[in-house]
Design a protein. Structure first.
Lengths: 197, 242
């Protein structure tokens, strides 16, 4: 051991973060210590604040600092459109795009027969409840284009059929994508979803 | 230790940050698990979808080790399956049942070939339910719970067979059933490979095969509940009929 116990503990904790291993954690900790005033103290303070206040929104499952997140609390977002996503990271990705102006619903996973994840393990009952109470006119199923994601989308569609307009994200060629590098499944999905110019 | 084979991807579980533990049903090595380095990454994740046909090379220092797979895609079936809810439910039912029923590292060549053919038919909703029923019969046969539908277990008659004994899996004729008819399982003609096989009959036949999967196969495998994906497929089929 080359550093004190406290520093070793910090390195060990940092090494558990995604994207970091023992070596990169050691480098990060060393950098933080060198920039103690500018980085380490504010970071510690910010982390403490988040640890004290971060919680799941009781309405949509987003992560915020109050019981009802900013998106759910905003009257401007009550457009009647509800975007259903698998995870908070998907919600953040949609927000980064800045195109969707409605509200979200985070399921917290997908149905999985092998992992024994059923509808009751996800936030599907709450979703059905929200359709009735929030004046939702359209539900956009923005679930991943995986077998589990689409199985979940079909299940939700069955639950909400006839109650609300149901749409899903398009599947096809990504921006900047070259046909030569696409798999046959994506190409056939894109061809099926072609539109007139 | 190493070998190379082709197979059907049954399941993928994330392992660490970028790897995945996958389960593949191969022709010569049966249901086999292994780690795929980078399997959860951007390049491999789209390939590693349940039902995909892949070429795998397995390597390990000792045979009893989990080992690692190198994967090459042969063809993806996810896109065909995702286009319809029946196909998707069917794909889930097949992969979940194979993963649930088959012992690890034991070859089941004939069942592998049937499974590959069945999955290649995904998306053809008019013929898929019957193909699935025949595959489930073959699965029961492979597991040692095959149905004997050639003659009546009571009278020996080869005609007018209308029921299946829930205890033995043997056919029973109307005459042989007598007052026990209400306790027997239905034997629609499609289960014997006869007639035009309308969806209603296929659903009836799936009740019978489902009984043996639930009451014979599952208890023999440690009394675990049958994967819910099968029930969802049957439910989807019955909904599509309406």
């Amino acid at each position: 051991m080359s550093a004190s116990r406290e520093i070793e503990d910090l390195i060990e904790l940092m090494a558990r973060l995604p994207g970091l291993g023992p070596r990169s954690a050691r480098r990060a900790v060393l950098h933080l210590i060198r920039k103690r005033g500018a980085l380490l103290a504010p970071l510690a303070q910010a982390m403490q604040q988040v640890a004290d206040s971060a919680r799941e929104c009781l309405n949509c499952g987003n992560i915020g600092t109050s019981d009802i997140c900013d998106i759910c609390a905003s009257e401007k977002r009550a457009t009647g459109e509800l975007c259903v996503v698998e995870d908070v990271s998907d919600l953040w990705a949609m927000e980064r795009a800045g195109v969707f102006k409605g509200r979200y619903h985070v399921l917290g996973g997908t149905l999985s027969a092998l992992d024994a994840v059923g509808p009751e393990d996800l936030r599907i009952p709450r979703l059905v409840e929200r359709i009735g109470t929030e004046g939702i006119t359209e539900v956009i199923l923005a679930l991943n284009a995986t077998v589990d994601g689409q199985t979940t989308a079909h299940y939700i569609a069955d639950q909400l059929q006839g109650r609300v307009r149901l749409t899903s994200l398009a599947q096809g060629v990504p921006i900047g994508g070259e046909l030569d590098y696409l798999d046959d499944g994506t190409i056939s999905a894109a061809l099926r979803a072609r539109r007139e110019l | 230790m190493d070998w190379r084979d082709h197979g059907i991807l049954l399941s993928v579980r994330r392992h660490g940050e970028s790897s995945a533990i996958v389960e593949v049903f191969t022709e010569a090595h049966g249901r086999h698990a292994g780690v795929v380095r980078g399997g959860a990454g951007r390049r491999l994740a789209p390939i590693l979808q349940p039902g995909a046909q892949i070429d795998v090379t397995w390597r390990a220092r000792l045979e009893e080790h989990l080992g690692s797979f190198t994967v090459e895609p042969i063809r993806s079936r996810a896109a065909a399956a995702m286009s319809g809810r029946l196909a998707l439910a069917g794909l889930n039912a097949v992969t979940a049942l194979l993963s649930f029923c088959l012992p690890e590292r034991e070859p089941h060549g004939p069942l592998y070939l049937r499974s590959e053919r069945l999955l290649d038919l995904l998306g053809q909703d008019d013929i898929w339910p019957l193909a699935y029923l025949n595959w489930e019969k073959a699965l029961l046969q492979e597991l040692g719970f095959g149905l004997d539908l050639t003659r009546c277990a009571v009278t020996g008659a080869e005609t007018d067979l209308a029921f299946v004994s829930p205890r033995t899996g043997r056919a029973v004729s109307r005459a042989g059933a007598g007052e026990w008819a209400s306790r027997l399982l239905p034997l629609p003609p499609c289960l014997r490979g006869e007639g035009p096989a309308p969806d209603a009959e296929i659903l009836q036949a799936l009740t019978t095969t489902g009984h043996f999967l639930e009451h014979r196969v599952a208890p023999a495998l440690g009394n675990r509940p049958l994967p819910s994906a099968r029930a969802r497929f049957v439910e989807t089929l019955s909904r599509e009929m309406q």
